[in-house]
Design a protein around this ligand. Structure first.
Ligand code: FDA
Length: 393
């Protein structure tokens, strides 16, 4: 039986980073993953350029039943620490928007960084390996795997959430937590496009490909970024962000004129161009195809601006500024970027990620109930939680 100080299950962002830290402290470390190719999510992330962190990352950018939990790890290993490591490797990067840092060249640079950090620390990365039974012993843990029996003092679970099964996602981490009597909070897809009810889809599918600056709001949370009409429903950064806050049955409130008061703008147009049709005026602000569909969808009449009287122009503005849409659902784990919920953080130490009830067992990254907004926050959680565990395993 091969004996190691540390075994990490899951060779994703959190697992590889944690393994490298532990190895660099002189611990013998092995990483096991069931995927044929590792790093699939990193390579796909940020449209192939990996949005590897966010300059403004802080606890406010994370959803969790315990919103304070992430503070310790985020302050022990910050975005600036990871940015310094990226710079050490000579990886060129840029801020796209809102503090989001992307590689100039390719997400491969981040995967190479992780693999080189592991190589430097003599970390063995084995895949594909199936992990079966896990037993707790006095010295630590014994694992039955498709490559034989392995023993370790510390076991780190870094198997992520349920998002994108085709990239290797599995419920493995939740099952291990349950096996050891740790609570797992219900999971659901986050950062995911909305699907629409038939009556909305029939009209809005025609807009596929159109993207608009908008705010998207659920209860008291709102994001201002683009929304994107697709042939299946609604996507784009504002929609992905708000999807993590949305619950089935709720309406999402969109303001399609976040940059200005549309009523005042229409009144000014009415004065300046009284003979212009409403659609001609609106086409100054929105794509023509959108204006045609929106007039039908919002059941507005299209006539010369001078014919709008009383509150009629205001009603047009309200239709665009207070569009309340009830999604049918989301596209689910198939396309979701993250999984909300997971291993209950009350079961874990916020300083080290060790399970309180099971000394030597650690959970890091997305498998636990800490989920970032869109914009590099999820990778930062993988780095921060992986780093703190890596200092103590
Ligand atoms: P991750 O999912 O990365 O790794 C888990 C690993 O465990 C995988 O290698 C898997 O094969 C392995 N595993 C699972 N079950 C196993 C089992 N039973 N046995 C052995 N191994 C098993 N975030 C961000 O900050 N910026 C971005 O640009 C993006 N972009 C993005 C794009 C897409 C398409 C997706 C799906 C996600 C993103 N994300 C993102 C989110 C980000 O990728 C995610 O939060 C982190 O990769 C989570 O890191 P983990 O290491 O926790 O899990």
């Amino acid at each position: 039986m091969l004996k190691l100080d540390v075994i990490v299950i899951g060779a994703g962002a959190a697992g590889l980073f944690c393994a490298a830290q532990a190895g660099q402290r002189g611990r013998s470390v092995m990483v096991l993953d069931h995927a044929k190719r590792i790093g699939g999510k990193i390579l796909m992330s940020g449209g192939g350029r990996c949005n590897f962190t966010n300059m403004y990352a802080s606890a406010e950018n994370y959803l969790s039943a315990n919103p304070h939990f992430c503070k310790s790890a985020l302050s022990q290993y910050t975005q600036w620490d990871f940015i310094a490591l990226v710079a050490e490797y000579g990886i060129a990067y840029h801020e796209k928007t809102l503090g989001q840092l992307f590689c100039d060249d390719s997400a491969k640079d981040i995967l190479n960084l992780l693999m080189r950090e592991c190589d430097k620390a003599n970390v063995q990365v084995r895949h594909p390996v199936e992990v079966g039974q896990i037993d707790k012993t006095e010295q630590g843990f014994v694992l039955q795997t498709s490559q034989g029996e392995f023993a370790c003092q510390s076991l780190v679970i870094a198997t992520g959430g349920l998002s994108m099964p085709k990239l290797g996602a599995s419920p493995f981490g939740y099952k291990v937590a349950e096996q050891f009597g740790l609570k797992v909070l219900p999971t659901r897809a986050g950062l995911v496009p909305f699907t629409l009810h038939d009556q909305d889809k029939q009209v809005l599918a025609e807009l596929s490909g159109i993207s608009l600056d908008s705010t998207a709001e659920v209860e008291n949370t709102s994001f201002r970024e683009n929304i994107l009409f697709t042939h299946r429903g609604l996507s784009g950064p504002a929609v992905l962000q708000i999807s993590s806050f949305w619950h089935p049955g709720q309406a999402v409130q969109f303001n399609l004129s976040p940059q200005q008061n549309l009523h005042e703008w229409l009144q000014a147009e009415q004065t300046a161009h009284p003979d212009a049709q409403l659609s001609t005026a609106l086409a100054k602000l929105y794509p023509k195809r959108f204006v045609q569909v929106a007039i039908e969808y919002f059941q507005l009449s299209n006539k010369p601006l001078k014919q709008y009287q009383g509150k009629q122009l205001e009603q047009v503005a309200v239709a665009f500024e207070e569009w309340a849409l009830k999604p049918n659902g989301t596209e689910g784990y198939r396309t979701a970027e993250v999984t909300l919920g997971g291993v209950d953080t009350n079961e874990l130490s916020s300083k080290t990620m060790e399970a309180r009830k099971v000394p030597g067992l650690y959970f890091i990254g997305e498998v636990m109930d800490v989920t970032g907004w869109l914009g590099g926050y999820n990778f930062q959680w993988a780095w921060s939680s992986g780093w703190v565990a890596g200092q103590v395993v």
